[in-house]
Write a protein that binds this ligand. Sequence first.
Ligand code: PNS
Length: 165
Amino acid sequence: MSVTAIYPGSFDPPTHGHLDLIRRSSRLFDKLVVAILRNDAKQPLFSMDERRVMLEECTRDIANVEIGYFQGLLVEYAARRGARVLIRGIRAVSDYEYELQMTSMNRHLQPDIETVFLMASEQYSFISSRLVKDVFRLGGDISGLVPPTVEAELKSKITQELPKS
Ligand code: PNS
């Protein structure tokens, strides 16, 4: 039986932490769908298409990975895709409470879908998309935190953001 897993997230932008999780979980399941949340209430830095293209570029060498979008309930998207597994990463104890709550809610909504947690690799355990954007905006070095293609996209996006003087 072929098992599909979904790795959901905002990916605004994708980081080495995300890519490490994608690579590791792609080895555990037959198919991995990386699912970008379309959330109109949030103001992401990157559009859905920009995030999809960055993820596609960074996962081009992994044959069983597909990039998708979803809106609304994650468990409904998972059911539509025939996926029985959700992947989430844990970086630190502080992630645990939020993840526990989300997992319990998802299980309440759809008991047949299991969430599988992978612990972030130590070298990526402090990386988040939000911190990467903050550090980059303040002129810090983000090489090693995101792939070069994402760094280039950040550079052009944040240059556009800066007021012209
Ligand atoms: O990268 P993020 O922002 O931590 O990802 C959060 C995400 C997309 C996994 C979460 O917000 C989500 O699943 N949203 C979909 C809405 C939903 O299903 N809510 C009910 C379960 S809490």
